[in-house]
Design a protein around this ligand. Structure first.
Ligand code: RFL
Length: 397
């Protein structure tokens, strides 16, 4: 079989690229190791930045999102035993959109496969990428039904198979070093079957560790608790989780947290990485396959979408104009993505110190952390800079 593009991975990045290609009438195949049901129910992100919503809308991919998503205009820091509401929309005129990744992926699969007639193969095994530095790359896999070995020849491979995928490994390690940062911190990521206890994100800065509440839907709320890296989720009983959340998010006059059954409880070892450059020959990486950013600032899915818009548009420009093919988007792809990637990585590092500095037990870092926080609420210039980074922007990249 031969197609123009093989997309490896049906996450937000791969499905967005697939949709952009199908809209332009380009033949492509999306390969995914999991089932459709699994990817539609895998809970992860929930915050989408406004520029990304607009970019999805321009590509006909935001109809449900615009109808269903909650618009957030503020977040709330809790420190010194008090609530400090940070109204970012007042400063920037922009919102955060709260739309669970499960819903976005469900929308993107439906649009790609059921509306735009895209070819997606679920449950594939042994995916391998070949010949990326030739004009004739290919991707091989084992078919789940027949057990047969299949090879798809193509012009380009989009490596969108996330943090544990195989496409990154097709890049020779000596020419594509991975820049990595470990925070030395663990987060217990929780999903509770309960409504949020406030209308916005809560960020609890506490000497015993960070605690966060991120509304997801009227029925489900995400919580995070800082804990030692490598801690066992089994050490965190229902009672211990809720007692710790209540303690770290406690402030005078705030409503009680609404308790609910914990439907997800997993340990995240907080780290970041970036592969640079993000492309070699005919292979282009996008999303978590190329860079991981710890969920500190809720940036990962937004970066995945940014890559996908650039790569999808660049492939369309290259593949649709036979006589006068435009390769400039593909040539500048890695550099254009990495400007936003590094900006978001830097912001995550900065924000990590705000979240975790006071829990180091070091009086000096506690002092500087609280100074950073107070500055956000006393200096309009500092507040504006924070709001711009927290919300992301379409400009500057
Ligand atoms: P994904 O979503 O991991 O999709 C990759 C897909 O590839 C498949 N796959 C393969 N397919 C074929 N062959 C192979 N060999 C394959 N190996 C893997 C996988 O099954 C999967 O379907 O990557 P993508 O598209 O780059 O999207 C990245 C985002 O999913 C990720 O950055 C975010 O979830 C990060 N993140 C958040 N990002 C935000 O922007 N806002 C948030 O609020 C936010 N919260 C979070 C998060 C990530 C979290 N976890 C679990 C790490 C909260 C959490 C808890």
């Amino acid at each position: 079989q031969r197609v123009s593009v093989v997309v490896v991975g049906a996450g937000p990045a791969g499905l967005t690229i697939g949709n952009i290609l199908r809209r332009a009438g380009i033949d492509c195949v999306v390969l995914e190791t999991e089932t459709r049901e699994f990817i539609e129910q895998r809970p992860r992100a929930g915050v989408i930045e406004e520029w990304a919503v607009r970019a999805l809308e321009e590509r006909g991919l935001a109809e449900n999102l615009l109808r269903e998503a909650q618009r957030h205009t503020a977040c709330e820091f809790r420190f010194d035993g008090r609530q400090h509401r940070f109204s970012y929309s007042e400063l920037t005129g922009r919102n955060h959109y709260i739309y669970p990744q499960t819903l976005l992926v469900t929308d993107l699969v439906r649009e790609y496969a059921d509306v735009r007639g895209g070819d997606v193969r679920f449950g594939v095994r042994d995916v391998q990428v070949h010949g990326i530095d030739t004009d004739q790359p290919s991707v091989s896999y084992t078919c789940p039904q027949s057990g047969q070995h299949q090879v798809i020849h193509c012009d380009f491979v989009a490596g969108c198979d996330g943090a544990r995928g195989v496409t990154r490994r097709a890049l020779p390690a000596d020419r594509f070093p991975v820049a990595r940062h470990d925070y030395g911190i663990g987060w217990l990521a929780l999903l509770a079957e309960a409504p949020a206890s406030s209308d916005c994100v809560l960020l609890g800065i506490h000497q015993d560790g960070f605690a966060g509440q991120m509304p997801r839907s009227p029925e489900v709320t995400r919580y995070y608790l800082q804990c030692p890296p490598g801690d066992d989720p089994e050490n965190w009983s229902h009672e211990r989780v809720w007692a710790e959340l209540r303690r770290r998010l406690a402030v005078d006059g705030a409503p009680e947290l609404v308790e609910g059954r914990l439907i997800e409880k997993r340990m995240l070892d907080m780290h970041d990485y970036v592969v640079e450059p993000m492309a070699s020959g005919r292979l282009f990486l996008a999303g978590d396959a190329a860079h991981l950013v710890a969920p500190i600032a809720a940036k990962g899915m937004n970066l995945a979408l940014h890559d996908a818009f650039l790569l999808g548009d660049a492939l369309v420009a290259h593949l649709t104009q036979e006589a006068d093919s435009d390769s400039s988007g593909l040539e500048s792809y890695s550099e254009a993505c990495l400007r936003r990637v590094w900006d978001y990585q830097e912001f995550s590092q900065w924000l990590s110190e705000v979240y975790h500095g006071a829990a180091t037990g070091e009086p000096f870092r506690t002092g500087t952390t609280l100074a950073r926080l107070r500055r956000l609420f006393s200096s309009p210039v500092a507040a504006a800079a924070f709001a711009e980074q927290y919300l992301g922007t379409a400009e500057r990249y």
